[in-house]
Design a protein around this ligand. Sequence first.
Ligand SMILES: *[C@@H]1O[C@H](CO)[C@@H](O)[C@H](O)[C@H]1NC(C)=O
Ligand SMILES: *[C@@H]1O[C@H](CO)[C@@H](O)[C@H](O)[C@H]1NC(C)=O
Ligand SMILES: *[C@@H]1O[C@H](CO)[C@@H](O)[C@H](O)[C@H]1NC(C)=O
Ligand SMILES: *[C@@H]1O[C@H](CO)[C@@H](O)[C@H](O)[C@H]1NC(C)=O
Ligand SMILES: *[C@@H]1O[C@H](CO)[C@@H](O)[C@H](O)[C@H]1NC(C)=O
Ligand SMILES: *[C@@H]1O[C@H](CO)[C@@H](O)[C@H](O)[C@H]1NC(C)=O
Length: 432
Amino acid sequence: MENFITLLLVIIFAPLNMANYKCNKESPPRVPKYHMMEKCHRSKLGIAAKANYSTLTSCQRLGIEKKALALNFSPPNAVKEGDEPLEYTCEVLKCAEADGGLSLVNDTRYDYYSIYARPIPNVNATCVPATGMFYLLTTRHNFSQAVQECANISAVLADITSEQRTDTLAQVLAGASVDAALVGLRRTNESSFQTLNGDALDCTTYRAWAPGHPRRHAAQYDCALITRQRTWRSVACKGKHPVLCELVPGGPYKRGSIFASRRHKSNVFSCSTFFSAHQKFRALAPEKVGHNKNAKLPMAKILQYPELRVNPFRDRICKVFSSSNDGDCTFEDFLDMMSVFSEMAPKAVKAEHAFRIFDFDGDDMIGVSDLREVIERLCGPDLKLSDSEIQQLVQNVLEEADLDDDGALSFAEFEHIIDKSSDFCHSFRIRL
Ligand SMILES: *[C@@H]1O[C@H](CO)[C@@H](O)[C@H](O)[C@H]1NC(C)=O
Ligand SMILES: *[C@@H]1O[C@H](CO)[C@@H](O)[C@H](O)[C@H]1NC(C)=O
Ligand SMILES: *[C@@H]1O[C@H](CO)[C@@H](O)[C@H](O)[C@H]1NC(C)=O
Ligand SMILES: *[C@@H]1O[C@H](CO)[C@@H](O)[C@H](O)[C@H]1NC(C)=O
Ligand SMILES: *[C@@H]1O[C@H](CO)[C@@H](O)[C@H](O)[C@H]1NC(C)=O
Ligand SMILES: *[C@@H]1O[C@H](CO)[C@@H](O)[C@H](O)[C@H]1NC(C)=O
């Protein structure tokens, strides 16, 4: 277990040493993130491009370049069984799976990633390749209701301020036999229209106003529709119309959707390991466990496990493995913990759990506050770092590892650090 701590130090402090030979590369533009949605699955939706890459980061770059909404990536350590030989390790996809993942298939060689971290709520969401996922509400709503209805499905009123968007979204309307739908353009006073993220329409040159639009009485004609004839019309926000929503990428993972599927595959335990784990579990509370297979031990008991007692992240480890999320563990939870910390567990599985352990606020990113917490815990109460020293360390970590400069580490960025740390697998473990 000391190894584990050393490793964390390696991960956290290695960037300090590397800062010396930093290249003068331009910082990459702000880009969408691909979130792991299902391990051991592959989407059969249309492929925009494919390549043989050994790292997820390279595959993600290809995705960004092709404006892919999702991707299949085969990590080097994936189980490559079955008859079909692997053609390419990275497939970037034009569309993301809608609810139910109808064309998602079991494939132990690949993991499926999507820019929509939440499962897409409705099978009837429409994909516009290289643009996004949209949902047309055919029931009529006024503007404020429309905003609510879109928010209800993690969406906003659609952005139509490009020719490509207006053209393809008009086809979506035509396909559903809807004449016109409310979109994300609005004027609040005499000034010109604004998109919902606050950009004035004047910032772009593209317009598709129907003849006579936008109508002059700004206070009255304060909202906009897209029509199936590929034009825009100004209307009153209080009027009711069908609504065109655009799903928002990102958002927190749905708990359990990511880690569930490989779970059984990573628990490759020999019988003796299984019994040894059960013995240890029972030893923590013989009176409670006895022969009761479903006994659940409170976190305080689990923390008495010798390997955990000295670990600065012990409570986090319990919480991450606890199926009730409160740190209490059943034997199955405990077995999962032992499995992930065992030598046999693949690096990718360890990395996912390490990420969750460090993501204290559970927002699916290791942000500044998470990094501070990690550093404070690693240093313990004895080594008192000043606030500015901690700040500096956080800064160094971000400078090295935060590839998209958004002030936090995504799982992909975290995985990238781990890829560079050769002894991660050996260190992130507990001996049974
Ligand atoms: C891609 O790499 C795999 C092995 O990882 C190999 O089997 C396959 O032939 C390669 N594909 C191409 C097109 O080179
Ligand atoms: C994929 O695997 C899971 C678990 O092994 C199984 O429940 C499911 O039915 C499988 N799905 C398909 C489409 O084979
Ligand atoms: C999707 O569309 C079909 C056909 O219009 C409809 O019958 C079905 O109820 C819709 N599903 C959902 C979840 O809205
Ligand atoms: C949003 O969803 C909730 C619960 O699913 C539902 O009760 C409500 O009517 C929906 N619409 C709005 C506008 O909130
Ligand atoms: C219109 O609204 C914007 C912000 O909503 C404000 O900054 C601007 O001064 C307003 N213009 C007029 C003419 O009221
Ligand atoms: C939209 O409709 C709701 C309910 O019908 C109403 O409360 C709200 O004031 C309306 N909003 C506008 C801007 O007319």
